[in-house]
Design a binder for this molecule. Structure first.
Ligand SMILES: [Zn+2]
Ligand SMILES: [Zn+2]
Length: 153
């Protein structure tokens, strides 16, 4: 079994397909940190080091992928593609996430120390789509071809 990654606390190998743990605190999952733990005990050990607030930190159980993937982020590549102006592409992007998840998570975490569920980004995107549609209507009613700040006020 190939080694997937190493535990951030005890440096023990985490094999592909093995159960491991990540921290629920966003700073422990940023691209530069990306802590992974072989056990809850190892996750526990990093909490005092990182000085997490007791109620905001949690261990999340995950399963290591069955294959060792190359390190480069695949999704970053996909997002670079400029939105084609054809109908198919625009309807496809209808349930896209419109918000910058990392920024929202950081904002909420900084303000409150609370965690953010992934479903929040979907709900926020849904709200934004609604706002955008209202703004489009407002601009249209005004005879403009440009949607402006005043259209969402
Ligand atoms: Zn460990
Ligand atoms: Zn942590």
């Amino acid at each position: 079994v190939p080694v997937w990654r190493r535990c951030s606390t005890c440096k023990k190998e985490i094999m592909t397909g093995q159960t491991y743990y990540v921290c629920s605190v966003s700073t422990c999952n940023s691209r530069s940190t990306q802590y992974v733990f072989c056990s809850v005990a190892c996750w526990d050990a990093h909490v005092p080091v990182e000085r997490h607030r007791g109620d905001s930190a949690g261990a999340i159980e995950k399963k290591a992928p069955l294959t060792v993937e190359p390190d480069k982020p695949v999704e970053g590549k996909r997002r670079v593609v400029p939105g084609a102006p054809n109908k198919a592409a625009s309807s496809e992007s209808d349930d896209d996430i419109l918000v910058v998840a990392s920024k929202i998570r950081k904002y909420i975490n900084d303000k409150s120390g609370m965690n953010v569920s992934a479903s929040l980004y979907e709900a926020l995107s849904e709200k934004l789509r609604g706002l955008c549609e209202m703004a489009i209507e407002s601009a249209r009613a005004d005879g403009r071809k440009t949607v402006m700040d005043r259209d969402v006020l």
